[in-house]
Ligand binder design. Structure first.
Ligand SMILES: Cc1ncc(COP(=O)(O)O)c(C=O)c1O
Length: 391
């Protein structure tokens, strides 16, 4: 048996490697706290669970149309109207198996072999691998912590070639939590449009932006230029529905048709009952989002204050998602020369799992997730501080 070259080139998920090491230590009886989680620590709202149960009881258990049931596609379109005043119809929407699947389908629909995709770093772990699986070339564009790790037009311009076809943006960002101010996002979008570069805007954390920051979306730009942008959303983070696998794409009907073709030949529809649950989520109430925002903002402050008290640490203060991405390379030494070895040391000595920045394309940094209880967060960070400062 020979595995395809395409797959041999793909890297395994670094997040999974950290989790495996943490499991190993747990199996040895060690107490491990995970600050490596990529999901909210709240429960899926009851009305969503009830809608799933009702779908089972009603026998709503068969194939549905590939892009999703019409009422759900309409609800997704309605979401963009409700929050951003953007008018869309169900023909602009496809529902896929999580934001990850939406992104994968988009890359498959847009990329020809050799096409270049601009990927600002730090990036969400799966973008480069997805581009490679579509036989495109990820072109990594470094950004600076002093600029909140946000790409500037001049950074993108420097990496653009005649082969550049797509730019992937993520706002708010995993791993940094930073979000693009709306004006900067639109400046980039106008530049990309002038160069004929298509933008995929990954907005799966769009409901998790904390005041005084306000929204950050290219859906309003999409309304003006539907052929130049696609918006990826998901219920995973905003509705604590990571396991339900519901992601959405807002795009031009021709692109939606192309994605339906891919999805129709691979996974078909998203689980029929999860679609009913997703519909209930979109219909509301949305109280949980407000509750989470209060908790995450409070935890962001706890974590930010502790991390930035460590000497020399540079860390943008983010306004979204539930991550911090400090530059910690001032603590690297011969024994721990990079982010992966530093994470292993912290895991072994402090019993706390983190994700190395190398997984996100910036080896100076480490990603901290603060989607956990305030006290556990505080004590875990204090333990990490002791490991870093012990020299
Ligand atoms: C930036 C970003 N995009 C997409 C996804 C995928 O989301 P989903 O769980 O809906 O597939 C994640 C999940 O961690 C993410 O952080």
């Amino acid at each position: 048996m020979k595995i395809s070259e395409r797959l041999m080139r793909a890297k395994p998920s670094a997040t999974l490697a950290v989790n495996a090491k943490a499991q190993e230590l747990r199996a040895q009886g060690k107490e491990i706290v995970s600050l490596a989680v990529g999901e909210p620590d709240f429960q899926t709202p009851q009305h969503v669970c009830d809608a799933m149960k009702k779908a089972v009881d009603d026998g709503f258990t068969r194939y549905t149309p590939v892009p999703g049931i019409p009422e759900l596609r309409k609800a997704v379109a309605g979401y963009y109207d409700r929050f951003y005043g953007v008018k869309a119809t169900q023909d602009n929407v496809i529902v896929s198996n999580g934001g990850k699947h939406s992104l994968y389908n988009l890359f498959m629909a847009l990329i020809d072999p050799g096409d270049e995709v601009l990927v600002p770093a730090p990036y969400w772990v799966s973008y480069p691998a997805m581009v490679e699986l579509a036989e495109g070339k990820p072109v990594i564009v470094p950004t600076a912590p002093e600029n909140d790790f946000l790409a500037q037009v001049k950074d993108l311009e420097a990496f653009t070639t005649p082969k550049t076809k797509v730019l992937i943006l993520n706002t708010p960002s995993n791993p940094t939590g930073c979000h693009y101010p709306q004006a900067q996002l639109e400046e980039i979008a106008n530049w990309a449009r002038s160069k004929g570069i298509f933008i995929i805007s990954d907005e799966v954390y769009d409901r998790l932006v904390y005041a005084p920051a306000s929204y950050s979306t290219l859906s309003t730009f999409w309304e003006k230029y539907p052929e130049d942008v696609a918006i990826v959303g998901a219920l995973s983070k905003s509705f604590c529905m990571t396991g339900w696998r519901v992601g959405t794409t807002l795009a031009h009907p021709d692109l939606i048709k192309a994605m339906i073709k891919i999805q129709g030949q691979s996974t078909s529809n998203v689980n029929s009952m999860a679609q009913k649950a997703a519909l209930a989520a979109f219909e509301g109430p949305w109280d949980l989002v407000d509750e989470m925002k209060v908790a995450f903002k409070r935890r962001r402050d706890i974590a930010y204050d502790i991390i930035t008290s460590w000497p020399g640490v540079i860390c943008p203060k983010p306004d979204g998602a539930f991550y911090l991405f400090p530059v910690l390379n001032m603590f690297f030494d011969e024994e721990t020369p990079d982010s992966a070895s530093m994470c292993t040391k912290i895991l072994e000595e402090a019993g706390v799992a983190l994700v190395p920045g190398s997984a996100f394309g910036d080896d100076r940094c480490i990603r901290f997730s603060y989607a956990l209880d305030d006290e556990v967060l505080k004590t875990s960070l204090e333990k990490i501080g002791k490991v870093l400062m012990k020299k």
